[in-house]
Design a binder for this molecule. Sequence first.
Ligand code: PLP
Length: 398
Amino acid sequence: NSLFDSVELAPRDPILGLNEQYNADTRSNKVNLGIGVYCDDQGRIPLLKAVRQAEIAQTEAAAARGYLPIDGIPGYNKGAQTLLLGKNSALVAEGRVLTAQTLGGTGALKVGADFLRRLLPGSKVAISNPSWENHRAIFENAGFTVDTYAYHNAATHGLDFEGMLAALDKLPTQTVVVLHACCHNPTGVDPTLDQWRKIANVVKEKQLVPFLDIAYQGFGEGLEEDASVVRLFAELGLTMLVSSSFSKSFSLYGERVGALTLISASREESTRVLSQLKRLIRTNYSNPPTHGGTVVSMVLNTPELYALWTQELTSMRERIRAMRIQLVEKLKTHGVKQNFDFVLAQRGMFSYSGLTSAQVDRLREEHAIYAINSGRICVAALNSRNIDYVAEAIAKVL
Ligand code: PLP
């Protein structure tokens, strides 16, 4: 008898399963809108020039690869804080902000979830309906019960703001609320800043625990604008957690670059909290890897590279925006009467297109266009070569 006799086959990751199917598809006109990565107009994941330059400098420096500190590279963490809170943050000056370099945004969520589970053993977690599917899995895996709060309104293709506020208002004190700080995945629907103010007030009044997830900073309106929600919560004096991902903004998916940032009540509290985070990390993966962190830190802390990076990020954001506009126009050109203007109001890489599961199946079977059955499409996978074909195919299956 094998030790592993009783081990059951785990369900396949739905998105990765779709990718495998796409890779095996031999039709030459195939298009993958299922993935969650930014592709350039040639349909490739770009290697940013700022990243390349930092890598060359790093290679030339021929530095030894000792262990990093448990919480990562100090300049990286400082850079992550500046992206979130701005250059002259009073909170940072007061020592109330602490950051650990993590293995992507996923790693930040996981370390944060493990920390909160010990701190708040009686609390539940609430995520948006719908949310990035790994949110539920990460928090459940950390031991939490995960509920949802209303978010997307399928009828209006927008935010169910009243429903969201009402749901948050009903949550027990100290419920951990996971909020997408910008560019909601999977819907692309974000609250307005005014709506965020009301959300933040409920979070404060009800003494909920905000865990802001920011995986697409720079893909909405701009680096500074996209941090507004984090700054709004911080200004209300809320103690909170923030998970940052640089996977998309630096196009460094495989390097696992992310950060967990906590805002505490005092410098002394920060010291205690950081000591516990370090203990969690030490007994998990010990310390983060050097390469991606060094590259990101170099870009964030070298003015010329930073300027180049923000230009490249702007081009990525503007290309996605252009694809949204073209998709809506081309759908009209192909005779679609249904109003798709909501796609223009959505932010970030994704769009909840409103396509039904049956329509998504037809796109795949009849046109070799792959999307998620929820109707989520990755707008960042559209380009000048495939957009006509995609618009025409959507028009045919509607
Ligand atoms: N949070 C959200 C909302 C995401 O969409 C993603 C990635 O898809 C992540 C976190 C995790 O990012 P990373 O790849 O850096 O772990």
